[in-house]
Design a protein around this ligand. Sequence first.
Ligand code: SF4
Length: 251
Amino acid sequence: MPDIRWPQIQRMLPELYERGIRILILEGGEPLLWKDGTRGINDVIVKAKKYFFCIGVTTNGTLPLDIESDIIWVSIDGLQEMHDRLRGKSFERIISNIEGSKHPKIFANITINRLNYNEIGDLVKHLEPLVKGITIQFFYPYSESDELLLSWKDRAAVLEKLKGLKKEGYPVSDSILVLDALKSNNWSCEPWLIANIEPDGTYNHGCYLKNRASDNSSCKLCGFAAHAEISLAYQLRWGAIAAGREILGIF
Ligand code: SF4
């Protein structure tokens, strides 16, 4: 599918604002590779800043992180051997790009799965001096592969580990509230709080994960910590509001 083009982006940004969108996250594929003629991702960000409170970019971190977004999330899914196994040989380059960036708000985002959950504690400690914060999500079982799905028992154990690290002062940015809620997914989702744009420019309001799991039980298996945080903040749960303030720098 071809990428969305610059004229379409220029039309869509104010439309998104009109629809009520206030936080924009550029992700999917690799946003730093986006180009249309002389336009690159920073052109999109500069334009988007006219409309949104906060612009985030989620990247694989393999390109220099000279991005003008308010926040950069770099996907890191393990220490060197594990990360390179899961995402291709890139760990050293990512760390070097983080170290070489002057951006004040780089977060690591870890997708936790059955292979890497045992080293999450060590990974958090390794990343601590390098990033502003660390957010997590759990592997989501798309139909093509669910062998990475973590058991509930192991999910609860890793969430307890993360809570302990956060209490010790490590920069785990997800709230204790959400780390607890994800253990059994007892949080109440507000799917209408998100929307996404497909590469062809199609607008979808609501959760883009729902019903994509192999057995249509996506909400039961959901590990979308960021959306748990947003939903609980909307429900005026203080822990989630505080985490949102710290991560996004708004409210
Ligand atoms: S998959 Fe998760 S974020 Fe999406 S609607 Fe279900 S509970 Fe909400």
